[in-house]
Design a binder for this molecule. Structure first.
Ligand code: 13P
Length: 253
């Protein structure tokens, strides 16, 4: 079975003492983390090292950065390199979140470079894709997502692609309380997998974890995660409350 992943994306939330309290509480919860299940915590950059230390001995938990830069090093004030991340034991990174695309103007070509660099340094990119509302209303979401995949991922070799995690996050469902229905999620996830199969073969496509993101909470996680092509979730708001996120972890297949 491909990896089922519950990923928290805290975005720019929680101060350090709140983050510490969350970590203590989450570590006190009971989970059945087997070989095919894992948890990723994408915390704000200032807490990466602390969180990595806190979960060092906890099997199945990984820490992720929410972003990285597309250059190895140099005069890029305020940016974080993949080498900095791996040097403190962070081996996952979210790339192409819709907030990075929309607020910070990151385009498909820049994201392709970030994906390449992350893989070069042995990191696991969690590559986000997903359509805005007008695209969904026009019914052209498949073409929109297919283009995002093509433009930022299809330069990869099959071996590289097998290390990527994909997160489908329809923008109209992010932070809106308006979740895609489990049918809409399944439909898009199956489509993404079929695209990967066309590009890289069915066996590879069957091994790629595709997470759903957009208003996932404890009360809807089971239904969404039960869909055959949904391999867990990338969770924003509901990942800020330890008990709620713990329930989401327990909802993994
Ligand atoms: P919400 O769960 O708050 O809708 O955010 C989803 C998201 O953007 C996760 O990356």
């Amino acid at each position: 079975m491909r990896k089922q992943i519950a990923a928290a994306n805290w975005k720019m939330n929680l101060n350090f003492s709140q983050a510490q309290a969350f970590i203590t509480e989450l570590k006190s919860e009971q989970f059945d983390i087997t070989d095919h299940r894992s948890v990723v915590l994408a915390v704000p950059a200032p807490y990466l090292q602390f969180t990595t230390e806190a979960f060092k001995e906890v099997a199945g938990f990984s820490i992720a950065a929410q972003n990285c830069y597309a250059q190895k090093s140099g005069a890029f004030t305020g940016e974080i390199s993949v080498e900095m991340l791996t040097s403190i034991g962070v081996h996952h990174v979210i790339i192409g979140h819709s907030e990075r695309r929309e607020i910070f103007g990151e385009d498909n070509a820049l994201l392709a470079k970030k994906v390449d660099l992350a893989l070069e340094f042995g990191m696991t990119p969690i590559f986000c894709c997903g359509e805005p509302l007008p695209v969904r209303e026009a019914g052209t979401q498949n073409d929109f997502v297919a283009e995002q995949l093509k433009a930022s991922l299809y330069q990869l070799t099959a071996e590289q692609m097998s290390k990527v995690v994909i997160a489908y996050e329809p923008i109209w469902a992010i932070g809106t309380g308006k979740t895609a229905t489990s049918e809409q999620a399944q439909e898009m996830h199956a489509y993404i997998r079929s695209q990967l199969a066309t590009q890289y073969g069915q066996a590879l496509a069957d091994g790629v974890s595709i997470l759903y993101g957009g208003s996932v909470k404890a009360s809807n996680a089971v239904e969404i995660f039960q869909q055959p092509d949904v391999d867990g979730g990338l969770v924003g708001g509901a990942s800020l409350i330890a008990k709620e996120f713990a329930a989401i972890i327990r909802a993994l297949k």
